[in-house]
Design a protein around this ligand. Structure first.
Ligand SMILES: Cc1cc2nc3c(=O)[nH]c(=O)nc-3n(C[C@H](O)[C@H](O)[C@H](O)COP(=O)(O)OP(=O)(O)OC[C@H]3O[C@@H](n4cnc5c(N)ncnc54)[C@H](O)[C@@H]3O)c2cc1C
Length: 347
């Protein structure tokens, strides 16, 4: 008679970022009593991409209608706000302006309005004079106001998910290799040589490469000049440097720009780009941001769509593109649904 295998848990999650923790939480919420273990390489839940993120709750306006990223971001934004309110996590619905400063950007701005409406995002088109209703210091030819964009303390949110998940979270534990067990289940070998066994494995370790952002980055010395988020019309053929003004939940305003390779920017050129949106700014208002404080792929612009791969006893959420922090609760629910289905099939 075959020897019965002992499992450390029912579902073993690799990666305790916001996606892994949302998955753990969704599993224990929808199937109480399910034993979940999370292996997290870092010392706490929000070190890798989740913690340093800008904490923007994106609206989902930029994403291809019907894509998983669009659907999960729109839904995730609403759920994230609800979660923050429920657990008293700092958050604010600031709204966002997407501003065209050049005529060539107007067709793209208009296309974005259509896309927003298709995605079910509340958008309002603004002429030059109406921009100041929302942002008295901002100037542009035309803009879109997106009402649902917000900001939150994403690290606090991740810690709260860890707490309410009821999962056993093993910090400082690196998963080195996963092997399929004879019969059923999966064993993960850790960096310390331990073997952790689960019936089903969910991989939420993030991309193999670091999704770090290139670019210039400053803090605004007078954050009172901006009320919420002010972003340019993305992409397009315009050769001008485009900056994004992003208010954070701690009250600061981050100003970021994607760098063109081989085109280092002078402070004067950066200031000129900021002044196209915010004429009151001078060079003295720009304080170089601390390393790592850049707002990068998390600006909500399109990335590849989310991919969730499924094997017999494994679920892989490795490609959770930005803004996956916003979309994390629905992503976690879908990963949990699949993990629980695999668990049920396993008997
Ligand atoms: C600069 C920047 C700003 C951003 N701003 C925003 C924003 O404002 N709003 C937004 O919605 N999104 C934003 N994003 C995107 C968002 O941060 C990510 O999409 C999101 O955090 C992804 O969550 P995750 O759990 O998949 O990844 P992670 O947070 O990277 O979590 C993966 C976890 O797995 C762990 N891990 C990896 N390998 C192993 C292993 N072998 N064993 C054990 N553990 C392992 C890591 O330590 C990590 O904690 C931003 C991203 C960047 C880079």
């Amino acid at each position: 008679m075959p020897r019965k295998l002992a499992y450390d848990c029912d579902v073993l999650v690799i990666g305790g970022g916001i996606v892994g923790l949302s998955t753990a939480c969704a599993i224990t919420r929808s199937a109480p009593g399910t034993r979940v273990t999370v292996l997290e390489n870092g010392p706490d839940p929000a070190r890798h991409r989740t913690g340093p993120g800008s904490g923007v709750i994106h609206s989902g306006i930029h994403h291809r209608p019907g894509s998983l990223t669009a659907r999960y971001t729109v839904r995730g934004a609403a759920e994230m706000l609800k979660f923050c309110a429920e657990y008293d996590i700092a958050h604010a619905v600031t709204g966002k302006l997407i501003v065209a400063t050049e005529r060539t950007e107007l067709p793209r701005l208009h296309a974005l309005v259509q896309r927003g409406r298709e995605n079910g995002v509340p958008v309002r088109e603004l002429g030059t004079a109406q921009i100041t209703e929302y942002e008295p210091q901002v100037r542009g030819l035309a803009a879109i106001h997106v009402a649902t964009t917000g900001i939150c303390d994403v690290a606090a949110l991740a810690r709260q998910l860890a707490e309410v998940s009821g999962a056993e979270i093993r910090y400082g534990t690196r998963a080195v290799r996963a092997v399929r067990l004879p019969g059923r289940g999966v064993a993960v070998l850790t960096g310390t040589g331990e073997e952790v066994r689960g019936r089903v494995l969910v991989d939420c370790a993030g991309p193999d490469h670091d999704e770090t952002a290139g670019g210039e980055s400053y803090e605004l010395a007078r954050p009172e000049l901006v009320r919420g988020l002010v972003h340019p019309v993305p992409e397009g053929a315009s050769p001008s440097l485009k900056v994004r003004l992003t208010r954070r939940i701690d009250g600061g305003v981050h100003i970021g720009a994607r760098a063109e390779p081989g085109r280092p920017l002078s402070r004067a050129a950066f200031t000129a780009a900021v002044r196209r949106l915010l004429p009151a700014v001078t060079e003295d208002d720009l304080i170089p941001a601390a390393a790592g404080a850049q707002a990068g792929p998390g600006d909500g612009t399109p990335a590849d769509d989310l991919l969730i791969h499924q094997g017999e006893r494994t679920v892989h959420v490795r490609n959770a593109p930005s803004p996956a922090a916003t979309a994390a609760l629905p992503i976690g629910r879908e990963a949990a649904r699949r993990a629980l289905a695999a668990l049920t099939a396993d008997g």
